[in-house]
Design a protein around this ligand. Sequence first.
Ligand code: SF4
Length: 181
Amino acid sequence: MSKPRIATTSLCGCFGCHMSLLDIDDRILALAELVTFDRSPINDYKEFQGRCAVGLIEGGCANAENVHVLRRFREQCDILISVGDCAISGGLPALRNMVPLAECLREAYVSGPSVHNPAERIPDDPEIPLLLDKVYPAHEVVHIDYHLPGCPPSADTLWQALTALLGGKSIELPYALIKYD
Ligand code: SF4
């Protein structure tokens, strides 16, 4: 019987949630026995190889490419999980939501204290993904099945959630894994 496939992506995140996944230490060997990794920064596959049982989403949507990737994950994955506060609420990148996008761009590229840009040109190469008006949490773009909070969620949280789902059970996390004091 073929193993279930899991895919992961980092949208507008810092890769800290992926680091936390790698922090399951030697259990990564057990995970490799349980699943096949599909599209993921872990194996650097850029395209899906097949239908996936689980997709892990790190980061919210800050630009058009993030939206495209997230929609692709929703199409290809049976269960989609927002991993970490950036996917769940936008996280730190969403601090820019309080400032109009035009002002953010001007501060970053024209009038910031360390900027030298006499032509006052704001980068607009078509290869650069268009920034959205604000940073959106993943569930405001596609349906998300589970949220795993934390910045990042701990390795044990990720391990317990993944092994429960892959075993066909619902996720039941003990209080110790979801408290942050
Ligand atoms: Fe990084 Fe924290 Fe956001 Fe995860 S939730 S991508 S660790 S800032």
